[in-house]
Design a protein around this ligand. Structure first.
Ligand code: GN1
Ligand code: MG
Length: 365
């Protein structure tokens, strides 16, 4: 806590910090609420950037500045970051004693990069949402993409190949051939099921190579909990802008449903709780089609059911690769956590796959 107060003081803010408390469920960065002048409402959000994953912090914050400036100019509510005395949007703490984020092998140095942004007042986050909120979320993500569609300034590729499923499958194959911890044998069933569907699930990359599918600036981490809502379900602001980059619109559509349409948890220890909720799919799709009506191409629209399957599929691949590699990427709370996540995501994929014909029907109505 002492240390965290000192870190906040490095940013260009004048109020007196009275408390700092952990916040949120993110699997990558560490996030804290910052209270000032004795108030019981947070004023700022302090974040330690996971530098093992975001290795070029200058590029990261530069992208975010460009995106937030652009959104602000268009009158969209977005995040406000604070500079340090040296006019950078992050503070490099040379003497941080904290351990590495998201790594359990102790091999990497702790991340020493911090940033500070405004806490959006009276905002709520959810892990699950009803149909009405999903409709509004779909509209907001669509409008977010529309607002960024005329951005002239190029964005750096923070995490190259982030949502490239061919690349993620290659990472899984590499993990399997290394089999560092001898975990492959116990997950063979999932590997077989995943690779059986390789052809079908890499469709997006093929369409792109054939010049049929564009990349647009997308958010690329549209989990439900990356939206701030007011109590009526209106979206106040879209947060977690680390992965805003060119991608297929499938990213934003698919990742929202991966979290919102799941009737269970992302890491549900009982996969029987997991189903793919078609009411949420319908509501979100209606909102999204409204928000994107000015630019969405037929090839994008007709493959939205593919997007809804792709994201649970890709997340299974990523969690499984991390499990096989010995949990070096995602924060885990217990040793089998990535395996439990794999099973829950796979169940969600199977449920979405079962409902593919229904999803297609909704889109042709
Ligand atoms: C990570 O940071 P967070 O928890 O919002 C991850 C996403 C995954 C997600 C799985 C940079 O997002 O891609 O879908 O966990 N972000 C990165 O919950 O890898
Ligand atoms: Mg997040």
């Amino acid at each position: 806590m002492e240390n965290l107060l000192e870190i906040v003081a490095k940013f260009d803010v004048s109020a007196e910090v009275t408390d700092v408390k952990p916040m949120g469920e993110g699997l990558i960065n560490d996030t804290y609420k910052v209270f000032v002048d004795g108030s019981d409402k947070p004023k700022y959000v302090l974040q330690r950037i996971n530098n093992a994953i975001f290795q070029d912090v200058d590029m990261l914050m530069d992208n975010i500045s460009k995106v937030t400036d652009h959104l602000r100019k268009k009158g969209k509510k977005t995040l406000k970051f604070y500079p340090t005395e040296s006019k950078k949007y992050y503070y490099l703490d040379e003497i941080s004693p904290l351990p590495a984020v998201g790594r359990n092998d102790g091999k990497k140095d702790g991340s020493k990069y911090w940033r500070l942004m405004d806490y959006v007042p009276d905002s709520l986050t959810y892990q699950t949402v009803n149909s009405h909120f999903s409709y509004l979320a779909g509209k907001s993500f669509g409008e977010f993409e529309a607002a960024l569609s005329d951005m002239k300034e190029p964005l750096g590729e923070n995490i190259p190949n982030f949502h490239n499923i061919e690349f993620r499958l290659k990472q899984l194959r590499d993990a399997v051939s290394e089999d560092r911890l001898g975990r492959v044998a116990e997950v063979q069933y999932y590997l077989d099921e995943i690779f059986k569907r390789e052809e079908k699930m890499t469709l997006g990359e093929r369409l792109f190579r054939e010049g049929k599918l564009p990349k647009r600036i997308c958010h690329c981490d549209t989990k439900v909990n990356n939206m701030l809502f007011d109590k009526y379900g209106n979206v106040l602001c879209i947060i977690d802008l680390d992965t805003v980059m060119p991608s297929f619109i499938f990213s934003d559509f698919g990742d929202f449903l991966r979290t919102a349409a799941n009737t269970g948890l992302e890491d549900d220890p009982n996969p029987g709780n997991v189903d793919f909720n078609m009411e949420i799919f319908k509501a979100f799709t209606n909102g999204y089609l409204e928000g994107t009506k000015d630019f969405l191409l037929p090839v994008e629209k007709e493959n939205l059911p593919y997007a809804a399957m792709l994201f649970p599929y890709m997340q299974t691949v990523r969690f499984l690769a991390d499990y096989i590699n010995g949990d070096t990427y995602y924060k885990i709370k217990y040793p089998e956590h990535n395996l439990v996540r794999t099973k829950a995501q796979w169940r969600l994929f199977e449920k979405a796959e079962e409902k593919e014909p229904d999803m297609k029907k909704c889109l042709t109505l």
